[in-house]
Design a protein around this ligand. Sequence first.
Ligand code: ADP
Ligand code: NI
Length: 214
Amino acid sequence: MENLIENTVEFVKKKLEGAEAGHDWFHIERVWKLSKKIAVTENCNVEVVELAALLHDIADPKFHNGDETIALHVSREFLEGQNVPENVIVQVIYIIKNISFKNRGEVPENIPIELKIVQDADRIDAIGAIGIARTFNFGGFKNNLMYDPHIEPKLNMSKEEYKKSNGTTINHFYEKLLLLKDLMNTEEGKQIAGERHDFMLNFLDQFYKEWNVD
Ligand code: ADP
Ligand code: NI
């Protein structure tokens, strides 16, 4: 257990070699750092927070034919191999299972602080300048349109609709990114998200201005 965090970093880096740029090791590193930054403002188990931040995208269902169980198996196997106590493994797995935006309808309201922290960190990395860059990268990866003024955003999509959606990248702002600010769990998370939210609004203003050449 001695070098647990270091070993986890090495394991995750290896696993994510060749990943799409918005869900690669650098995304994990940012979420890990953001998680630690939020964790110092809350009373929580920092080891659980760090492990969950590092492992949360180890096998994203988006890139594994929708299979939501692989990440849980892979993480459990890794943590057992590191002799992590079962009660810690259970907490980490719970976070990986429930962190996702698309699963937000299924998570009970009273969630542990460690999940609140890592979820805020993951959502913060989905907004602001980095969020914009990741979203256009993902849209390009999927060969989606950047924007089409005739396609309306679809609000309140079901989980299945959300997963299948290949709407435009600009619509993804209305379908997800601009909703995240009000879904923040922690005070620190709210603060960071507020600034990044405003940056996205400015970006959209400028985007439409440049789109509508007059
Ligand atoms: P989670 O992993 O929390 O369920 P998502 O599956 O919504 O979150 O996706 C994570 C990131 O991938 C988003 O923040 C965004 O950058 C990108 N992404 C996901 N779906 C789309 C989409 N339809 N268009 C553009 N980017 C997307
Ligand atoms: Ni993530």
